[in-house]
Design a protein around this ligand. Structure first.
Ligand code: G6Q
Length: 544
């Protein structure tokens, strides 16, 4: 039944959920577990190396079936199939959304606009692999004949966060005799600190920019070019020290990079969905083409699961629907993601862009203002560190914060009993958040009466626990794809365009007008609002 054009709040399942919510809002996870001994074994799903326990969510079987009903009434399966078929589901930019094609196996085929795009994807992957091998083997030489020892990726947003996150996540698999740095911020400190201890003759810059028109990236790339030419004293050094990843060959050659050293991708890859395209070149140089292939295989395994598994067993669908449940019915504003693996320390930052740039939208596909909450604020830190800082608010504060806890069966760097201590905290936190500690339990511990209320833990705080064997490139691919498709699920229920990002434009345009006012040597005539005018004057005075 295709009902997506019916506004969300008018779909029958939404109304049924609202009525159901009023009935079960007060239900405690303690009671839900007491009344169903098998809940923890039943409310689980597994795919592509990931085990999801969603039993500690504030849902009953009825909630779940209404949520799946809502997914069907929101046309989730058809919209998903449209994405996989290359339909232009990014309506406001009139584009296909085909990051799933980036990880299709070589023998697959996907014809879009009369062209099979899978061979194109593999052609670029082949060129990337040949280049990565040349750098890794020392065959690629710099201007003075020395091999590359340092790789610096210059990019921002989608052209930075994926590469940084993947490099940190897969560091165990990375070449240790090569140094990797990532420059994103237009703050000159970023570039200066990233290069201060590097020898230009051994440094390769990867300029990553889909459009090759992003001011921050072009500013940093220009400083990198000046640095290389200044250090090596010769313009012709650029050819040996710069490669580009972009969809825009004209701009790449205008900048002075030979398009023979350019790795392309396509407008149907969104920036925040591009870490597995040529934007992943730094990842491939770090971990090698074979591991990169495994990363893509992990993505693909989750894609296939999302595409084919029944909604009731579909990990991204379940996680996406639960996110909608908390955002729209419980009024939860944020979702915490806490990976219990130090290598995943940049994963929450990566997810912030993926989730918030995708689903931070206020109108539906046809431009109608929504009358419900859309994308949540995502945030997080690795465990157990967060437990010693902000978890207090999740446990005893006044806000409801659903949390995803991500754990592993094995550490890549086993050391005494560290991993058991780490992992016990995953389970203990989920337990404490769900079941808390009652007044009677606190009293029974001999707590002085005046302190009892302070020590009570209400519990009933929801968590998802994701478990995997060990952090491999393949697993990382599955994990990222899981969140990508959860974002898709949420965006589909909300009826929004998860693939545009018009909200970032206005600030860029305004900044362009202000730059000359900050640079001008004579006092500029300012015609902004009074606050902006005063701030610009104060800045000019401070800069002296
Ligand atoms: C991602 C966004 C944005 C983009 C950056 C960099 O989905 O579109 O974060 O990735 O603005 O853009 P370029 O790669 O074009 O430099």
């Amino acid at each position: 039944m295709a009902m997506a054009t019916t506004p969300l709040t008018e779909r029958p399942a939404y109304a049924a959920l609202a009525e159901h919510f009023a009935r079960i809002e007060g239900e405690h996870l303690r009671t839900l577990f007491e009344s169903d001994a098998t809940r923890g074994e039943r409310m689980v799903a597994e795919a592509a190396g990931l085990y999801l326990d969603y039993s500690k969510n504030r849902v009953t079987d009825e909630t779940l079936s209404l949520l799946f009903e809502l997914a069907r009434q929101s046309d989730l399966e058809r919209r998903r199939d449209m994405m996989f078929a290359g339909d232009r589901i990014n309506v406001s930019e009139d584009r296909s959304v085909l990051h799933v094609a980036l990880r299709m196996p070589e023998d697959a085929s996907l014809v879009v606009g009369g062209v099979d795009i899978v061979p194109q994807v593999h052609q670029v992957l082949g060129r990337m692999a040949a280049f990565a091998d040349r750098v890794r083997s020392g065959e690629w030489k710099g201007h003075t004949g020395k091999p590359v020892r340092n790789v610096v990726n210059i990019g921002i947003g989608g052209s930075d966060l994926g590469p940084v996150m993947a490099y940190e996540a897969l560091r165990y698999y990375a070449r240790r005799d090569l140094t990797f740095r990532f420059v994103s911020n237009v703050d000159s400190t970023d570039f200066v600190e990233a290069t201060r201890d590097l020898a230009a003759e051994e440094t390769l810059f990867i300029i990553s920019s889909k459009t090759f028109s992003t001011l921050e990236t072009l500013t940093n790339a220009t400083s990198a070019r000046d640095w290389v030419v200044g250090e090596l004293g010769d313009e012709s050094a650029i050819a040996k020290h710069f490669v580009a990843v972009s969809t825009n060959d004209e701009r790449v050659s205008e900048f002075g990079i030979d398009t023979a050293n350019m790795f392309g991708f396509w407008d149907w890859v969104g920036g925040r969905y591009s870490m597995d395209s040529a934007i992943g070149l730094s990842t491939m140089v770090a971990v090698g083409p074979e591991h990169f292939k495994d990363l893509l295989a992990g993505f693909h395994a989750m894609d296939e699961h999302f595409r084919t598994a029944p909604l009731e067993q579909n990990l991204p669908v379940i996680m996406g629907l639960l996110a909608v449940w908390y955002a729209d019915f419980f009024g939860a504003q944020t979702v915490g993601v806490m990976p219990y693996d130090q290598y995943l320390k940049r994963f929450p930052a990566y997810l912030q862009q993926l989730t918030m740039e995708s689903n931070g939208k206020h109108v539906t596909l046809d431009g109608t203002a929504v009358d419900y909450q859309t994308g949540s604020v995502y945030w997080g830190e690795p465990g157990t560190n967060g437990q010693h800082s902000f978890y207090q608010l999740i446990h005893q504060g006044t806000k409801l914060i659903p949390v995803d806890l991500i754990g592993f069966g094995r550490s890549l760097n086993p050391l005494r009993d560290h991993h058991e201590i780490l992992s016990s905290n995953v389970f203990a936190q989920a337990q404490a958040l769900a079941f808390g500690k009652t007044e009677d339990e606190v009293r029974a511990e001999g707590t002085p009466e005046a302190v009892v209320p302070h020590r009570v833990m209400q519990g009933n705080r929801p968590t998802n626990v994701l478990l995997a064997e060990v952090l491999t490139p393949r697993l990382l691919g599955s994990l990222v794809a899981l969140y990508e498709h959860s974002v898709f699920t949420q965006g589909t229920i909300w009826g929004i365009d998860s693939f545009d990002q018009w909200g970032v434009e206005l600030g860029k345009v305004l900044a362009k007008a202000i730059i000359p006012e900050l640079e001008s040597t004579s006092e500029p005539a300012l015609a902004h609002d009074s606050s902006t005018n005063a701030l610009i004057r104060r800045y000019r005075a401070l800069k002296g």
